[in-house]
Design a protein around this ligand. Sequence first.
Ligand code: NAD
Length: 275
Amino acid sequence: MSNVPTITLNNGVTMPQLGFGVWQVPDAEAETAVRTALDAGYRSIDTAAIYGNEAGTGKALTGSGLPREELFVTTKLWNSEHGYDAALRAFDDSLRRLGLDHVDLYLIHWPAPAKDKYLDTWRALEKLYADGRARAIGVSNFQPAHLQRVLDEGTVVPALNQVELHPDFAQADVRAFHAAHGIATEAWSPLGQGKGLLDEPVLRELGEKHGRSPAQIALRWHLQLGNVVIPKSVTPSRIRENIDVFGFELDDADMAAVAGLDAGNRIGDNPDDVN
Ligand code: NAD
């Protein structure tokens, strides 16, 4: 059994606080990677229509023999599918590729503000939620201003916002907005994509102190902040390493040391500019 704690979303649905992300995993490799993750104890999987691997991901899920209610499946609506009717069609296509009859969480991948359609798209997600085809609905890469419009005009408060977040890009203002409105924070690229961040001396030194890797220290920091994390790897030993983060704790000084890395280092695109 998995020892990953759950968080309770604002509609009462529970979700594992740590899951497995599959961005950049080719469809042909997704089944193996997701099966390795399930064997390691992951139960939450984060994919997206644009990743092109919903089919391989779905094969691993449906072929796992695990009861559907033990799995937590997230997928996302791509930018070309904004608008009410297009969003409903995009959701049907994702479900068909996954081979499932519902998802646990459906997200708008980016607000695409220049299209100015995300409120129509959100109404489609509200319909999918009302029909029970998505157990929870949320957004990704929404800035507080985008979220505020959804809060003002929508009828369902997004359960979660999945945003770029890692120790050197800690997004304190976005997290505070989420906390004020009952929206869970999910961190994408929680390891900063494994680039310079994991070479930071602070993470290495804390790793030595706790007998852990820099990646495990970074993930532990997220978990203790309350973030949901979805680290990605296709390397079996790293897949297992990234879920083995529940047997130790960072103290206040450790947390402050990791927080000291925050330098506003955005890796991905600014959501205001993606359309
Ligand atoms: P990540 O921070 O999870 O880093 C992944 C990379 O870090 C791996 O490719 C590998 O090179 C390295 N790595 C992984 N485990 C390691 C370990 N234990 N030790 C050393 N190096 C390690 O980056 P990511 O894949 O960009 O983000 C995770 C997930 O977030 C994605 O797979 C995807 O599901 C999601 N995501 C969402 C969006 C979005 O716009 N919503 C954008 C990017 C990613």
